[in-house]
Design a protein around this ligand. Sequence first.
Ligand SMILES: [Zn+2]
Length: 163
Amino acid sequence: MKFPLDVLCVRTGTFCPVCRAKIQEGKVTQTDIDVIKVLIDIPEASKMEGEYVKSIKTERGIWVVIKGDISEAQARSLGRSMSRRLKSRVRVIRYKEGEIEKLIASILAPHQIVGMSRRYIFEDLVILKIFVRLKGRKSRRSLDEEREIISQLIGMPILIEEV
Ligand SMILES: [Zn+2]
């Protein structure tokens, strides 16, 4: 698996200028560093094809986005190993280049997306409105968490509307 920081830098905690710049620019956060530190010590993760994208921490856990051809089973097993090591609920989200809609769908699963539209609120302020049909027993509260995750990932305010 590829990482945005050098494995050696993460391991030693002494960052080279390239890694330091990424941290200072906010491209890599403390949550990312904590997650990468755990990931590089999981043998199955280092063998995996793929690229670490980003981790987002919410009050209920950590969402880890990994780009590439990893299977749902691999993602689950990785999530379990990381949950144990980080002592926090970890969910691994798979992402393939250009498949942002699938990424959003996997975050909102098991709920079903029935539509998405961009709304221009004011000049260059755009929000993405996602229409969702609720499935399963997930509470409304969990949708707030999902909204936050999607918003941070795509860098745009999100509105989720139940239909
Ligand atoms: Zn480095």
